[in-house]
Design a protein around this ligand. Structure first.
Ligand code: HEC
Length: 172
């Protein structure tokens, strides 16, 4: 093989790569933010604010989609995390998708949440040790510290009615 031939092959591969990169941009990505339906009974605005910084992008319907969320294949990864996160518990659809305080605290203490891979591009989600302590105390006060006791604070119980959650529009 002479050098020209190899260069042609390499050039061809680059062109194919660029074309593929262009084409995958057309794969539809769901970046929808459904309406906020019901919220937890936050113990304080501070707890909500801390969770907004660290958790809301993936565990609520108020995701702030960053610029890289519009570029495949990064968009696919993020959209996937948001979908899974909302599936676990959704702070904007709390009556239907509640979470457990104990599990949240554990995930924070283990350093699993917020997902480490997310932090370099989202420095606002990185909490100081003092902020982490405040968040954990706030989670305890809002959700209780037990896994499986999300109904502790007198929420709707078995029926899953939204009545006793904070519906959006109520004072909060
Ligand atoms: C970048 C997206 C993202 C952020 C930010 C994020 N999570 Fe998650 N979270 C996920 C995904 C995806 C899953 C489901 C996959 C898994 O369990 O690892 C999940 C699962 C969980 C679970 C279930 C635990 C388990 O092992 O399945 C808990 C509890 C949780 N998150 C709490 C939090 C809390 C609390 C915060 C904020 C301090 C947070 N998450 C921030 C994406 C995120």
């Amino acid at each position: 093989m002479n050098k020209n031939f190899i260069l042609k092959i390499l050039g061809g591969l680059v062109v194919i790569g660029v074309v593929l990169f262009g084409l995958i941009q057309f794969v539809p990505v769901d970046r929808s933010n459904p309406p906020v339906v019901s919220e937890p009974n936050w113990d304080s605005p501070q707890t909500k604010a801390l969770m907004e910084r660290a958790c809301f992008d993936c565990h609520s319907n108020e995701t702030k989609w960053p610029a890289y969320a519009y570029v495949a294949p990064f968009s696919w990864l993020l959209a996937h995390d948001v979908q899974e996160g909302r599936q676990k518990f959704n702070l904007s659809d709390w009556a239907r998708k509640p979470g457990e305080g104990g599990e949240m605290i554990e995930s924070i203490q283990k350093g699993e949440m917020p997902m480490p891979i997310y932090l370099p591009l989202h420095p606002e989600a990185k909490l100081t040790p003092a902020e982490t302590d405040a968040l954990i105390a706030g989670i305890k006060a809002t959700f209780g510290a037990e896994g499986g006791e999300e109904h502790e604070r007198g929420e709707a119980g078995e029926h899953g009615e939204e009545g006793e959650y904070n519906e959006v529009g109520e004072s909060n």
